[in-house]
Design a binder for this molecule. Structure first.
Ligand SMILES: [Zn+2]
Ligand SMILES: [Zn+2]
Length: 372
């Protein structure tokens, strides 16, 4: 077992003067959707029935049920459950979105660093993960951090997380459980005991990145070269590194291979997620491999990264983001790449057929939809 500290996102809350007859406590770090399903099962009803009692006009389970609630919606839930509005709000993703972006509102579609459920009606493609050993040892429940895309491992048991049933490969959909099921311990589709699953191996670099990122929510900062990065700058840098790694995985070449080797990233091991989807849609294993490489790149620091980009004449399209500016800590990279650009021979683009890899990626995305 590792020596990592675990960050406490939220403390347990017990019901007081609840209207519902049987309300389970909101456990340490439990995410609101997990508790809502456990609440429904405790009353002996479907999660849809429970949600309709509180919010008759809301199709909660067709949305992301952890993302956004109004004060009025939380008050209605608090009155029935006896759990305070503050505790309920703290078990949604809103406070963490606020810390990362300055606003508790979520965009439509992908929100950076929050796993995407890929919802269609009540079916999902993924977006929730768990530690089998935690499930085996405690009341099975899902954690807030099970929704964060930088989380790929359990720091308590030092194992990788899973986002599907080991037996039938269904994505985790606890809200599709109903009576007579009493808890979240089994797969909604095949009934397999989720705590029995074989955990994935943990990637040390990915776990170290995860723990370091968690620390930043306490207001800490981490060193990158001469800069000290707080949460937002740290995540901006990591996102940039992820985009570089994904671009590097798509195109191999002598210059880029040398560049990545200098950064402690094996060019042959550059991950190519099988679906090619956004980071927030990827499996824990795929995210873990990418974040492990991010951790190596952070360790190398900005000076060596910029020197390697210059030495290997890395093309600007690999390192300059299409949408966002470069992270402040790498602002010097821009001028270095301008020099490289002048040296590059212009190439005419010709319409070519799609590569076999690109076709395979599209095929895997289609298969993923069929898993719902
Ligand atoms: Zn665990
Ligand atoms: Zn199953």
């Amino acid at each position: 077992m590792g020596t990592f500290n675990t960050y406490r996102w939220r403390s347990r809350a017990d019901p007081v003067n609840a209207l519902w007859p049987l309300v389970p406590a909101l456990l340490d770090d439990e995410v609101i959707s997990s508790w809502l399903v456990r609440c429904a099962l405790a009353q002996g009803c479907e999660p849809t029935t429970l949600a309709a009692d509180v919010w008759p006009d809301l199709r909660l389970w067709s949305l992301d049920p952890d993302r956004e609630f109004s004060e009025r919606q939380l008050t209605a839930l608090s009155e029935r459950s006896g759990i305070s509005v503050d505790a309920l709000r703290a078990s949604t993703l809103m406070p963490w979105q606020h810390k990362m972006t300055g606003s508790a509102c979520f965009p439509k579609g992908v929100a950076a660093w929050f796993l995407c459920l890929g919802t269609r009606n009540r079916r999902r493609c993924g977006g929730l993960q768990y530690c089998p050993q935690c499930f085996a040892q405690e009341t099975p429940h899902y954690l807030l951090q099970n929704r964060f895309a930088w989380h790929t491992a359990c720091p308590i048991h030092h194992v990788g997380l899973l986002d599907h049933c080991e037996q039938c490969h269904a994505p985790l959909c606890p809200h599709l459980n109903g009576p007579p099921t009493l808890d979240l311990g089994r797969c909604h589709r095949c009934g397999y005991e989720l705590g029995m699953a074989t955990p994935e191996l943990v990637l040390e670099g990915a776990l170290r990145f995860q723990v370091a990122t968690d620390d930043l929510f306490n207001g800490a900062s981490h060193r990158y070269g001469l800069c000290r990065l707080a949460l937002v700058e740290w995540l901006t840098l990591a996102k940039w590194m992820l985009s570089v790694l994904r671009a590097g995985g798509r195109t191999h070449g002598t210059c880029t291979d040398d560049f990545f080797s200098e950064l402690g990233v094996s060019p042959d091991g550059l991950s190519r997620p099988i679906t090619g989807l956004a980071f927030e849609y990827l499996s824990p294993e795929e995210r873990g491999r990418l974040l492990s490489d991010v951790w190596s790149m952070i360790g190398v620091g900005p000076e060596r990264l910029i020197a390697a980009a210059k030495r290997d004449h890395v093309r600007p399209s690999l390192l300059i983001p299409r949408k966002n500016p470069l992270p402040d800590s790498l602002a010097d990279l821009s001028s270095v790449l301008q020099e490289c650009r002048h040296k590059q021979v212009s190439q005419n683009h010709v319409d070519k057929p799609r590569s076999p890899d690109s076709v395979l990626m599209r095929w895997n995305r289609l298969l993923r939809k069929f898993e719902r």
